[in-house]
Design a protein around this ligand. Structure first.
Ligand SMILES: [Zn+2]
Length: 99
């Protein structure tokens, strides 16, 4: 059997799935929400907080969708407070207007 040529190894940026639309995207276009070891849910602007993370597009459409469907709470297995929701929305609105 002839050896198949190996595709060149490309170093890609990490891909994550948006919990709202299930699209896979680079980490940079997504916002990380994390459930900390203490059980609180926080917005993770740096992407470095420890805990269970879920990702959502920084767009109003996707944020509203996870809020409506509760997909974020489900992904994190923890209730997402209104404060986090508001922070997410504020960020999405800012990012949307920057497009
Ligand atoms: Zn999305």
């Amino acid at each position: 059997m002839p050896k198949q040529p190996q595709p060149p190894r490309v170093r890609r940026q990490p891909q994550r799935t948006c919990v709202a639309c299930r699209d896979v995207a680079g980490k940079r276009t997504l916002v990380r929400v994390v459930r900390t070891p203490e059980g609180t849910v926080e917005l993770d602007g740096t992407g470095k907080k420890s805990g269970r993370g879920a990702y959502v597009h920084s767009s109003v459409e996707c944020v509203q969708k996870v809020v409506k469907t509760g997909g974020l709470s489900r992904a994190l297995n923890a209730p997402v407070g209104t404060e986090v929701t508001e922070q997410l929305l504020a960020r999405a609105v800012a990012d949307d207007s920057n497009k």
